[in-house]
Write a protein that binds this ligand. Structure first.
Ligand code: BES
Ligand code: MN
Ligand code: ZN
Length: 500
């Protein structure tokens, strides 16, 4: 898809479709429509309550008098005073989902309503949504159910100054990179589990990273053993597929502090001998979302050329039930020397993250952030759309939540008191890998904390937001690529606030 920025009156746009945003309430008409013959028609539709501009509402108008374009799609933006990055992204996804249902040579999206309301910063979020909405979870359908637009024209009012147009052009270029990174994470998650065994997934993310100019190291099983990753080896033992560990290094930040990003990469979580029931296993190809999001974020920041230092660590394995599978009661010696009694093989994520966190911490980064589809308990507490945030550092937490606010991706800080650690006492080892019945997301995070060497750290439990159970007009079913947008935004703000 090629993207062009054009400055002209909407009435003269000559593509297959023109998309116009409409705010909700008091019949406020999009500026593109004011003074055109469409004004009366839209007024009637609003009066008849056929059109109200609620977020994601889609109204197709064909053969509109006064417009050169054969078809206009009105997309609801919700109320003007609630229009934020989440609303802009949602509207973008909705319009693209709808129009990408068939092959289209050219789609024009008018941003006049955004510029009119001083919302131009949100143009990026909207275009990110347009990129994401053109891609579906239907990766292996024999007839594709989504078709990327041949050309996307971003339409600005004819009188837009060169300066304003250049600013929008930069936002759109950024949005394309970020949207493509979200789609990379989604594609990796939506890929069937048997097509992405650890070695294959590691090679893919390595290739994507290398193409973006990132330094890549891929460890095989022998190297993982040599490095004493007892948790990763134990989880992998039940699988015929060897584990992999990937280190992605991006250093364009000179002397700036380093952020370590750690991702859980379980390509399929059967639960191991503590086997999951079938229904709970259905979407466990998504248990590598953390790793996918780290790889995708790093692709985005490298393509954006951000002046930051980031190192990604991806712990990748299957969790299976083979004859050599770890058993309940087994004791593992982890990378940092701590011993762990395994009392539930389905609490595997913390075992592989423990080694990855310890290893990341050895390089003494300024901060560590891990992303993991870690616990069902987190979804019990926060529902399916909000990530649990656990941290030992208030400043880091504040900054990350601020970045969440800028994209509309949701995270909620959870209690993290030390007494939760009591649940992890083992009779035979330093720790056991499960706590009791209550507060399971917190005890999982407390387990991870044992491996962070007191470095400022955030753990995001993304079990809920990583995956969407049902399709809708504004959201695709399957992998979501959650937090690629937020982490990229976070790193952009680090790059811009640094005094160099
Ligand atoms: N990958 C799962 C967590 C999960 C559950 C992610 C549902 C997405 C949706 C994780 O490995 C797991 O199985 N956690 C256990 C921990 C328990 C055994 C302490 C869980 O949540 O049941
Ligand atoms: Mn599990
Ligand atoms: Zn898991």
């Amino acid at each position: 898809m090629t993207i062009r920025i054009v400055r002209q009156a909407s009435t003269t746009v000559a593509s297959q479709w023109l998309v116009v945003g409409v705010f909700e309430k008091n019949g406020e008409l999009a500026p593109e429509l004011r003074g055109t013959p469409a004004e009366a028609l839209c007024g009637r539709l609003i009066a008849q309550k056929e059109l109200n501009g609620s977020l994601g509402e889609l109204t197709a108008l064909h053969g509109l008098a006064g417009f050169e374009v054969p078809s206009v799609l009105l997309v609801g933006l919700g109320t003007r005073n609630k229009f934020d990055a989440l609303a802009a992204y949602t509207a973008g996804v909705a319009l693209a989902k709808r129009l990408a249902g068939k092959p289209r040579d050219s789609v024009a999206v008018s941003l006049a309503s955004l510029l009119d309301g001083g919302h131009s910063k949100l143009a990026s979020a909207l275009i990110e949504g347009v990129i994401v909405g053109q891609r579906s979870a239907g990766l292996r359908k024999s007839e594709p159910n989504r078709h990327t637009f041949g050309r996307l024209d971003v339409v600005l009012p004819a009188e837009t100054t060169d300066e304003a147009a250049a600013a929008v052009e930069a936002l759109v270029a950024r949005a394309e990179i970020v949207g493509q990174a979200v789609n990379l994470a989604r594609d990796l998650v939506n890929t069937p589990p048997s097509e992405k065994p650890p070695g294959v997934l590691a090679a893919w993310v390595g290739k994507h990273a290398a193409d973006a100019g990132i330094d890549v190291q891929i460890w095989d099983e022998a190297k993982i053993r040599e490095e004493r990753f007892g948790g990763l080896l134990a989880v992998a033992a039940g699988s015929d597929e060897p584990p992999a560990f990937v280190v992605l290094e991006y250093r364009k930040g000179g002397e700036a502090p380093t952020l370590a990003l750690v991702g859980k990469g379980v390509t399929f979580d059967s639960g191991g001998l503590s086997l999951k029931p079938s229904a709970s296993m259905e979407d466990m190809k998504s248990d590598m979302t953390g790793a996918a999001v780290v790889a995708a974020t790093m692709q985005a920041i490298a393509r954006l050329g951000l002046a930051v230092n980031v190192v990604g660590y991806l712990a990748i394995t299957e969790n299976m039930t083979g004859g050599r599978a770890m058993k309940l009661g087994d004791v593992l010696t982890m990378r940092n020397g701590k011993t762990v009694e395994v009392l539930n093989t389905d609490a595997e994520g913390r075992l592989i993250l423990a080694d990855a966190l310890s290893y990341a911490a050895e390089s003494r980064p300024a901060r560590i952030l891990d992303l993991a589809t870690l616990t069902g308990a987190c979804m019990v507490g926060l529902g399916p759309k909000i990530a649990g945030l656990f941290s030992n550092d208030e400043v880091f937490t504040h900054e990350l939540l601020e970045s969440c606010g800028r994209t509309g991706e949701r995270a909620w800080e959870m209690p993290f008191d030390d007494d939760f650690k009591d649940q992890l006492k083992s009779n035979v080892a330093d720790l056991k890998n499960v706590g009791g019945k209550w507060g399971g997301a917190i005890t999982a995070a407390k387990f991870l904390e044992e491996f962070t060497a007191s470095i400022p750290w955030i753990h995001l439990d993304i079990a809920g937001p990583s995956w969407n159970d049902g399709d809708s007009s504004t959201r695709d079913v399957g992998g979501t690529g959650c937090f690629v947008r937020t982490l990229t935004t976070h790193l952009e703000s680090i790059a811009s606030t640094r005094v160099s």
